[in-house]
Ligand binder design. Structure first.
Ligand code: NI
Ligand code: MN
Length: 226
């Protein structure tokens, strides 16, 4: 399988003929290498309802017919926009054709802001465990550090963990380094930084703080195979 990073929290996984796109925030994302009109995912996975994660989901899902898997309240809202959805929630796992998805907790908020300044409640924010080809990928979404990350790592040995390091809205580098200790993944990729001035971070400094596992700093468009 091929995994690629595309700035902010966008992760793409290509496996068994399926393209899975996570948190496709493209419009307004100055760091991304992706173009909305070129995205043809089969599956979109969303961690929570914030606009820098839902991003261009509605347009992409309409053009590609992708199934959107999201926390229940967000999935319901998206289904009202004419999107094909599969609602899930924290603690729940489901086996799909492409692999298995499990939602984990995240300490954050979750709401969607519409163009006419309405705030839509979109349930609890989540992290996502994706099990494909015998590998386990963890996308933490937006979250603070929490000690149950130990439990997540113990119950589901993680091959690659995508962890936010931007601070202000999520874990900063120190807490994300502690998260890496708790999760014990084989590899960590820092995400959710440098998109906006308030979340500017040096990912190499984060890499130096992590001693228990490998940190792979990815530029938008970088990919690797596992
Ligand atoms: Ni958020
Ligand atoms: Mn965010």
């Amino acid at each position: 399988m091929q995994i690629s990073y595309h700035g902010h929290s966008i992760v793409k996984v290509e496996t068994n003929g399926y393209t899975i796109l996570m948190d496709p925030f493209i419009t307004g994302n100055s760091l991304t290498d992706l173009k909305v009109e070129e995205q043809k995912p089969d599956i979109i996975l969303l961690t929570h309802g914030h606009n820098d994660h839902v991003g261009d989901t509605i347009e992409i899902a309409k053009q590609s017919g992708a199934l959107v898997i999201a926390p229940n309240e967000l999935a319901v809202y998206l289904s009202w926009q004419g999107i094909k959805t599969h609602p899930m929630h924290i603690g729940g796992a489901h086996q799909f054709d492409f692999g298995k998805v499990k939602f984990t907790q995240a300490f954050h908020g979750s709401s969607y802001v519409t163009d006419d300044q309405q705030i839509i409640y979109t349930g609890m924010p989540a992290g996502i465990l994706l099990f494909v080809e015998g590998k386990t990928i963890y996308h933490a979404g937006d979250t603070a550090l929490f000690s149950d990350m130990k439990l997540i790592g113990e119950n589901h040995p993680i091959d690659v963990a995508f962890l936010p390091i931007g601070d202000n809205f999520t874990m900063g580098p120190e807490d994300a380094a502690r998260a890496a200790q708790f999760l014990k993944p084989k590899e960590v990729v820092p995400i959710h930084y440098n998109t906006f001035p308030v979340i500017e971070q040096d990912p190499e400094e984060f890499a130096e703080m992590v001693s228990n596992t490998t940190v792979q700093v990815m530029k938008p468009g970088d990919k690797f195979d596992i």
